[in-house]
Design a binder for this molecule. Sequence first.
Ligand code: NDP
Ligand code: F7E
Length: 324
Amino acid sequence: MSGYMPLDAPIFIAGHRGLVGSAIERELRRLGYTRLLTRSRAELDLLSADAVADFFLKEQPKFVVLAAAKVGGILANNTYPADFIRQNLAIQNNVIEASYANGVDRLLFLGSSCIYPKMAPQPMPESCLLTGPLEPTNRAYALAKIAGIEMCWSFNRQYGTKYLAAMPTNLYGPNDNFDLNTSHVLPALMRKTAKAVAEGAPEVEVWGSGTPKRELLYSDDLAEACVYLLNLSEEKYGTLLRDDVPPLINIGTGEDVTIRELAETVARVLGFKGVLRFDPSKPDGTPRKLMDVSLIHGLGWHHRVALEEGIMRTWEAVRSELAS
Ligand SMILES: NC(=O)C1=CN([C@@H]2O[C@H](COP(=O)(O)OP(=O)(O)OC[C@H]3O[C@@H](n4cnc5c(N)ncnc54)[C@H](OP(=O)(O)O)[C@@H]3O)[C@@H](O)[C@H]2O)C=CC1
Ligand SMILES: C[C@H]1O[C@H](OP(=O)(O)OP(=O)(O)OC[C@H]2O[C@@H](n3cnc4c(=O)[nH]c(N)nc43)[C@H](O)[C@@H]2O)[C@@H](O)[C@@H](O)C1=O
C-alpha cells in the first residue's frame, strides 16, 4: 500500500549502493515501488554539477532521497576534514539545486546526529541545533550537514519547496563499510572480533576509553522511517515544514550503550571469549549523543529491531565476507 508517493512515481535514490541507500531501495521495492532511479558513481558523479543537472533534466524524478555522501568513522573524519566538507557540500548543493530546477516534490536530505553541539542536553531535541560548539573530530562533516539543513530550509522559505532533513543516529547493517581505517565502530568491532575468533586470538583492541555512549539504529529501521516520512499525509508532512524552525527530524531508538557494552555484545554474538583491550591513544569523540525521538514517535514511527537482534542479522549477512 502506498502513501503520499504513488507506486509508479519516479524516485531517485542517491547513494543506493551504500548502507542507507541500499536499505531504502529494499524498502521501496518491498512496498511495490516500480520506478526507482539509481546510478552508480561511475555512471553519475554527484560532485559534477553539470552531470547532476543533465540527469535530473532527462529523468525528471518526483521524489529524491539524498543518501549519497562522503561518510566515515571518527578516524576518517578527523584525518580527512577537507574531503568531508568539500565533497558533502558539493553533492548536496548539486542535488538540491537540480531538484529545485526540475520541480521535485519531496526531497529527504540525510544528515547526522553529529550536527548537534558536543555538550548538547541529553537526549538531544531538534531545537538544540546551533546552540553550542561542535565535536572537533567531525566538525567539517557536521558543518557541511548543517549547511544542507539550512539549504533545505532556505529553499522551502524562498521557493515553497518541501524539503525535509532527517537526522539519523549512528547506523549499522548489511552493506556497511568494514574497512578498519574508515569504518564506524560497530562494523570495525565485528571485523576485529571475527578475526580474533577465527585466529583464536586472546584479545580484541577497542579504540578510546570505552566510556563514550552511542545510540545505534539498524539500517532497515532507518529505511522504514525515511519512507514513512516521505509518505506522510500533506497535513502531517506540513507540520515539519515551518518558517520559524528548520525542517529537521531526529531518527533513532532513544536508547544508547557504552562502547564497552557494545564491544561485549558483539563478542557475545560472535562467540569471542577473550578480553577487550582499550587503546587510549585513539579519540573518544563525543561523550554522548542520544537522540530525542519524541517528534518522530508523535508521528507514529518507532524502531523495531533491538541492538543485539540487529547485530545478529548483520553478522548473518556479512559473516562469509568477513571470513575471507
Ligand atoms: N553510517 C552512519 O552511521 C550514518 C550515516 N548517516 C548519513 O546517511 C547517509 C548515507 O550514509 P551511508 O549509507 O552510511 O554511507 P555509505 O558510504 O555506505 O554510502 C554512501 C553512498 O554515496 C555514494 N557516493 C559518495 N560520493 C559520491 C559521488 N561523488 N557520486 C556518486 N555517489 C557517491 C557512495 O558511492 P560509492 O559506493 O561509489 O562510494 C555510496 O553508495 C549519509 O548522508 C550519511 O551522512 C547519518 C548518520 C549515521
Ligand atoms: C555517525 C557518526 O560517526 C562519527 O562519529 P562517532 O560516533 O564518534 O564515530 P565512530 O563510530 O567511528 O566511533 C564511535 C566510538 O567508538 C570508538 N571505537 C572503539 N573502537 C573503534 C574502532 O575500532 N573503530 C571506530 N571507528 N571506532 C571505535 C571510537 O573511539 C568512538 O569513541 C562521525 O565522525 C560522523 O561520521 C557521524 O555522523
